[in-house]
Design a binder for this molecule. Structure first.
Ligand code: MRU
Length: 347
């Protein structure tokens, strides 16, 4: 599949990303020169989506390591430790961030006999390897997931789990892109995804770019669409998957899953192994990011609620594994009860 969206590109001295906060009005690319720039970009959703966050955070650490190159070894390690603590506090839910940081931490630990310059070289190699692996995982998810899609299907998706959320062609949208490429006639229904509208702004933008038939709906329409028989399958991405298959994804996914179960419509979660957190037993232990109440009070900068009211803004919810038909991963389609025996170690 052709990579027509460059969500992030590593340019040796800086990371270039497409600014997702100004899409779809503007296609603007910005340069991130420091770990502080990367932190700010992740925090403010200029770059978002679990796999893309994981890659950006890893390149952020690389930028911090580059900045400290040439310092004595003790100061170099101190700077790396500080950078790790800093970036880990960026967004708490997407496991890919912690997965990426852990891989780089292992490189530092295993190469203590090398100079800081040589360690930085190894870190850069590892970042590029993770980038390649993410692209390959998306392609494999496309191949496995495409087989589930039949001609004339209506597919519902929530949030954005496409090219904009990964280094490759996406997770939930990857099977859709391949099915369309193979000539299957499909319609994608896209939840707008309040509060910050990743569905309306980002998923619709990229589906249009790929020439996929897509219909935007408000979040509260999904149940009715299912009742009307328009939806044959739901595919979403994931931010963190616990050992028992409970899955954190964008707020609203759980409501969609409950509706889908009621209507006997299969819901698949498409995600690479870098999203699986095998260290936690179940969804109750997944930290849920709480975001600024302003995201609920405003839509695209316009206040929609009275002054002085209270709001609640959890960015993710947990879909219990019993509502999930299967996980579309780079290692095939897995049933929730099978994943506890696997690990996310990659070579
Ligand atoms: O807050 P966001 O936009 O980072 O949330 C993103 C999602 O919930 C996606 O569905 C998830 O990360 C999967 S991305 C391949």
């Amino acid at each position: 599949m052709k990579q027509i969206i460059k969500t992030l590109s590593w340019k040796h001295d800086f990371l270039e990303i497409i600014d997702q906060t100004v899409l779809p009005e503007k296609e603007k690319y910005i340069k991130l020169f420091t770990i502080e720039d990367v932190y700010e970009a992740i925090k403010t959703l200029k770059i978002r989506g679990a796999p893309a966050i994981g890659l950006a955070a890893s390149f952020g650490l690389l930028l911090a390591a580059k900045r400290s190159m040439g310092k004595n070894k003790k100061d170099f390690y101190c700077a790396i430790d500080e950078a790790i603590e800093f970036i880990k506090n960026c967004r708490p839910t997407a496991y890919n961030l912690f997965y990426g940081v852990k891989r780089l931490q292992t490189i530092v630990k295993e190469n203590q006999d090398l100079s800081s310059e040589e360690i930085v070289e190894k870190l850069e190699y590892e970042c590029m390897k993770m980038f390649r692996q993410d692209i390959e995982s998306c392609a494999a998810i496309a191949r496995y997931g495409e087989k589930l899609i039949k001609n004339n299907m209506g597919i519902l998706t929530h949030c954005n789990a496409g090219a904009l959320a990964t280094g490759g062609i996406g997770t939930a949208l990857a099977p859709v892109y391949l099915a369309a490429k193979k000539g299957k006639n499909i319609t994608v229904y896209v939840d707008e995804t309040r509060p910050v509208l990743q569905g309306a702004r980002l998923t619709m933008w990229e589906l249009k770019k790929f020439g996929i038939r897509a219909i935007l709906v408000c979040d509260n329409m999904a149940g009715f669409l299912m009742q009307q028989g328009k939806i044959d399958m739901v595919i979403t991405g994931a931010d963190r998957i616990a050992r028992n298959g409970d899955t954190a994804n964008k707020i609203g996914t759980y409501s969609v899953a409950v509706c889908a179960a009621f209507h006997k419509i299969p819901l698949y979660i498409a995600a690479p192994f870098s999203t699986f957190d095998f260290s936690i037993s179940d969804g109750n232990k997944i930290p849920i990011e709480q975001r600024d109440k302003k995201e609920v009070q405003f839509i695209m900068g316009k206040r929609i609620a009275p002054y002085g009211i209270d709001c609640y803004n959890p960015a993710f919810d947990i879909t219990p594994s019993c509502l999930i038909a299967g996980f579309i991963t780079e290692r095939g389609i897995l049933q929730p009860d099978k994943i506890s025996r696997l690990t996310n170690k990659k070579k």
